[in-house]
Structure formats: structure tokens, C-alpha cells
Write a protein that binds this ligand. Sequence first.
Ligand code: NBG
Length: 827
Amino acid sequence: MEKTSEINENNQIRIGRNADAIAKAFLDNLYYLQGCTLMNASLNDLYMALSYTVRDRMLASWIQGIQDIVDSNMLEYNKTVAYLSAEFLPGPHLANNLVCLGILEETRKAMKHLAVDLEELMNQEEEPGLGNGGLGRLASCFMDSLATLSINAIGYGIRYEFGIFDQEISNGWQVEITDKWLRYGNPWEIAKTELSQEVYLGGYTEPYTDNNGRYCVKWNPSRIIKGVPYDTPIIGYGNGKCNTMRLWKSEAVVSFNLQDFNIGDYYAAVEEKISSETITKVLYPNDEKESGKQLRLIQQYFFVCCSLKDMIRLHFSQNEEIESFHKHFAIQMNDTHPSIAVAELMRLLVDEYHLAWEKAWQITTGALSYTNHTLLPEALEKWQLDMFKSLLPRHLEIIYEINFRFLKDVEKRFPGQTELLTRMSIVDESSGKYIRMAHLACIGSHSINGVAALHTDLLKNHLLHDFYQLWPDKFHNVTNGITPRRWVNVSNQELSSLITENIGPRWLKEFHLHISDLERYQHDPVFHEKWRKVKQQNKALLAAWIQNKTGITVSTASMFDIQVKRFHEYKRQHLNVLHIISLYNQLKDNPDAAIPPRTFMFGGKAAPGYFMAKLIIKLINAVGDVVNNDRSINDRLKVVFLPNFNVQTGHIVYPAADLSEQISLAGKEASGTGNMKFSMNGALTIGTADGANVEIREQVGADNFFLFGLTTPEVFNLKSQGYNPRYYYETNPNLKRIIDQIASGWFSGGDTGLFRPLVDSMLNQDEYLLLADFQSYIDRQHEVNKTFLDPDLWTTKSIVNVARMGTFSSDCSIMEYAKNIWKIRGF
Ligand code: NBG
């Protein structure tokens, strides 16, 4: 009996999971949704048809996932996590969904049968580039783990019409191209128009007394905008749990102002529509120096307002009491971008649901928690008070009230400390008036966390020290993690199969418990052989990609030394360049030097307005031009810029790396997650004691990690003594030679002006202490070379790196949030 129903189910065109059913469904979707047949379908038609076929197989769990959230409001203490994030970088969905659904092999068969190249379809997908880098990708790794751990969750964000720009390299410079990711359709999302929300902006407030004699405030906005949710399913690995990423698109409430239309002013009528739609048009770069962009504040408020109202709607679907809201929703604010949620939730509770301030405050702080992702002062958001007031007049009043009550408490705890009050106030009056969003987030949350142990310590002892003194128990550390599903299984199928062959498949679901089983193979010669073969295959794939994209030929026998991440001075890609030039000089001086061949690769985008970051990209390409074309180097060094680094290219890059460069100045990188992606794919790391590098080194062992550079306390010390970069320049002839070469136009066809700003910055300020760390870096690189020349030693270290990465699975991070911050039952 059971057998028959199984067969029936397997054959059902919408849900069957065998190759036959998948093939039929695919042809069906191709015909009825794309309007074509195999004979005349474009690659995109095929991709769309297959994606719909896969989505169909997720729908039952997806609908159930929403129902789970609705139901959880009835049960005591059962919670839904709302992950509020202005950025998500999910990467291509197709391959990941096939893997998580467990239908990759059957789909492969189905496509083979129809003579369709599955790989080609996967490459057809335009990834949603709805984030800048680590922060957005973390949000997506967390969404994967939430589903895999069967936690009810919604990821709330913004559906940017244009995501992060596509990067091209022209004459060595970065050129930005608009990312039109929605151009050919997005088969994964479903618009839920009937769940739209209204968002107010501008205008003025008006006090009134209600029927019960209570003091109330009414907000009369000058603009109303509609937020339309677009849902994307986020499926867990092998457990049938499906959560939702709900992204808001802005629209005009009424698309045509009929009055304007009737009197013939067609253009004025359309104007409102255009200006409303502008709100979710484009993603802002994260490290643009200029701050205070009005549209960015509107974006933040827009998605926060829609999301909170959506949560309340869900809450009321099974629960009549707003008072229990925080018992059913744990809202995580991903950095300060959504921190206006503190004031907005207060506004909703006090103004719209008429709760008393104290009760509303209890619910707000009970529901909200805040993750800090940066210590860089220039990245801490603050808004000009006047602008803030003109957009969110009611929120400003609420913030004043929050601040007034807060400062009264501080005064009570630490009487007479006026400087402390000035430092902690939400309103910064040091020069001009600003709203400090990090302070609002800290005050309005029950938990504040950093993203790596070192980072959390620095928050406690420096950036947020005053808050730590006041509320030590509010502070937590949750070290970031990455999902081994996407970052090993989907992107490194060869390695994945080798691991499964040897330790079984459990590592995919519970990476932290099982991956250490690999350790027993660290000295096994047969395993070594296979391990190296996988790496070679991955390197060959990347080499082919490079040939295709850049025309540069690289040797897979060379060490693949890779630094991929956003371009920023603190990440010190230019320190890497100093090392390249050092090796180049060494080889020129002594062609017989025992230096293994290396291919240096860089990838990453610079914020369009960040001049120095763009100049560093130019420097890399300029040095590459000289080194790659110098016959006397005989291909022993190559420098390659990997254009348009994103999640999709990450899939090819991380598995192919021998060496991972994590060389930020200690104390500057909050965590880093690229460091984890490399190690989990068997690269060794050269890195500073910064961010999560510290914990990675602890886990993999000091012998299996190339540490260099100053520690954070040493950095503080050196800076407080008055750091003088010229001292290092004058006393280190190798370093002096390199900097002089750059300055003299060696890499710029004699142009001494081109890299002048970089040279000046290194010699005169060197804010990120490149010169101080230079020699230590060079020394460690010597050791890297020596180790690489011993393939057995290198392979052992590579295996050990993967085997000891258990705690860096994002499953572990999510379990910690669930237990210590969200207090979810069962954790
Ligand atoms: C980034 C940090 C990284 C960290 C990610 C994720 C921001 C503001 N911060 O070090 O620079 O890994 O956040 O936590 O993008």
C-alpha cells in the first residue's frame, strides 16, 4: 500500500522527486510558464523552467513554514526569529536548493536524459547582490542555519532593484556597471501584494487627549509609501524545514494621482510614483566616506516599519494580546542599519496600540537585540538631527523621551559624572547635532553582541565601554560562522565527496560534531594523494576561469595565494603588494633563489567613492602588468585580479586556494568570514591576530597557521607613543627599495604622480601600520615557502585545518544566539 502511494507521489508532476518526474515537470514548466519547447528555449528559459520545478518541490514546506510561525504565537515561549538586515547575499539559489532538497543527483539524471547541461543552467543564474560583503553574506549563512536547525525565522530586508554594482577592470581601474539582476525574471520570489504595508514620512505631530483622558500624539505625515513584500524560500538541509526571506519593495500608494491626471498634468501624476519607487532602487556601498544620506535613512526606516507591522500582523493572527509580542518574536538587528526599530516599535506600541510607556519599553527591549559589526568610528551611523526630524518627527520625540529616561538612570547610577552623560547620550552635540544609532540600539536592546571574541572584548573595553560598565550582563560574544552546505558541499563537490567517502555524510548536517573525524587521515598517504588531487582539480577549474575572464595563463603547479574581500585600507591589500614586489626583487637579484612559484590573486570591490581603495586596485594591476610580462621571472610569479568577486565566483575561488591572506591590522577586522571559507576548503592562513583569525588559530593549532604582525595591545601602544612610519622606511633597505620603486614610477611607466597618494599615506600617516608589520609579514612568508616545498607537511596541515573548523559552522553561531540571546525553547 505504502509503496504505491510513494510511487504515485514520486510521479506527481509538481512534487515527484525522481528523475522521471523532474524531467516531466521541467518540460511542463518550460511549455506553460516560459512558453517554449526544448527546441527553441533559450538558456534562460531552461534555467527558469528548472528553477520553477525546484521551487514547486519546496512549496509544501514553505507554506508549512509560514503556518509554523503563525502557530508559534499560540504556544507559550515558542518564538520566531526576525532577522532584520539591510543586506542579504544569498548567492545563487538553484544549486543550493537542489542540494538541500536532496534531489541533485536525480535532477542531474533528468537533465542528462534531456541533453541539457545542468552546470550551464546553474551558471545562468544572476545572484541577488543585495549586500556589500561579509555582513550580508553572514545574514544568508544564518538563514541557512536557522532553517537547518528547524528554527522558525523570517529574514526581513530590502528588495533593491539594483544590487551591488558589477565590477569590470579597464586599464587596471575598477569600473562600476549597474547590476540589473531582475532583468530576466526571478523565479524564486513570490510577491505577496495583499500583505503590503503603509509607511509614513515627514509631516508633523499633534498632541491630543483621547476619550480616557490620556495624552496621545498623532503623526500627520507629508508622504505615504507602500511596501510590498517579496518572499523567497530558504530551505534547511535535509530536514524539510523552509523559512522565508521577506524583502520589501517600495511603491506609490496610488500609482496615479487622478486629480492631477484629470486636469491634464500627466507628468506630475507619475512623479509621485517614481519618487516612491526610488526608495528601494539601489543598495548603498558600505564604506563610502560621506555619511548622512537622506535616502539611506528612508530605506532603513521603510523596511523596519514594514517588517515590524508584518510581525504584529502575524502575531495577531493567533494571539489577541500585543502584550505578549516579545514572547513570540526575537528580533535581531544586524548592525545599526535597522536600529530605528527601537523607536518605531515604541511608536507602534504607544501611539497605535495605546500601551503605557513602561509596558511598551518592556516589550521593545524584550524583543530587540543588537549585533555590532564594526569598530571603525567612521562606520558608526549617525544622522543629522535636522534631517532626522524632517523625515521622522515622531521618532525624534520618542528618542528624546528614551534618552531623557536613560540619562536619568545613568545619573542615578553614576552621580555627578556629566562627561559620562555627554558621552552616552543618544544625541551627539560635540559638533553639530546628530543621532547616534549605535547608542539607540544599545539602549533599546536586551542583548549586545560582537562577532568574534577579540571584537567583543574591544567593544567592552573601548567602543561601548560606558555601556558595558552600566550593563555588563547585556554583552555577549557570538563568533561568526559560515554554512558548510554552501561553502563546502555546493561549491566544492569533489572535496565533499572525498570527505563523505571517508567519514560518512553526517558532517553536512552536524558539521561541528563530525568533521573532526577527518583528523585520523592526516598522515594517511593514500588519503593525502586524493586530497591533493581534489585541490589540483579545483585549481584547474579556477585557472580555466581566469584564462577565460582575464586572458592570463596561470600554472596549477604554483601556490595559489589568494586575498578576496572588499577593498579597504584596513584590510591592507597593499601590504600583500609590498610582499609581491619584495619577491620580484629577490628573483631579479637572484634567479636561483629557492622560491616556489606563486600566483597571487586578488578579488573584491571598492566603494565607488573610495579613492584610495580604487588606487590599490590600480596598483595591483600595475604590478601585475610588470611582473607577468617580465620574461626573466619566467612565470615564477603571477599577479591576477579576479574581476567582480561575488558569491558565485567565491564558489570557484575558495576551493582552489593554497594560501589565504587575512592580513588586516590587529583590532580592525571585527571577525572576517572569508578566513573561515578558505580554511574549511583546506587553505592554510597567513594572518594577523585580528577578528576570528585568533580563534581559528586556536582551533587549528599555532603550527598550522602562519601568524605575523603586531597584536592589538601592541598597536595601541605603538600609536600612543607616536608612530613614525619613516623609521621603518629608513632602517629597512628592502622596504625602502620597494616604496621607492612605487614612487619612482617603476610600475606606472615612469609616472611618479599616479601612486603618490599611496606612497605619501604610507610614509606620512600609515594609519594601518603597514610599515610596522612589513618585516614580520615577509619573514612569515619565507616560512610559507619552505612549508609549501614539503607537500606532505603542507597536506597534513591542510587536512587538519578542515578537520578543526567545526566551531566555525554557522550552525554553532545560531545555536548560541538561540540559547543565550533569543531564548528559544530546546536550545
Ligand atoms: C563586517 C566586518 C567583518 C565581519 C562582518 C560580519 C560590516 C559593518 N562589518 O569583519 O567588517 O565578518 O561584518 O560580521 O560590514
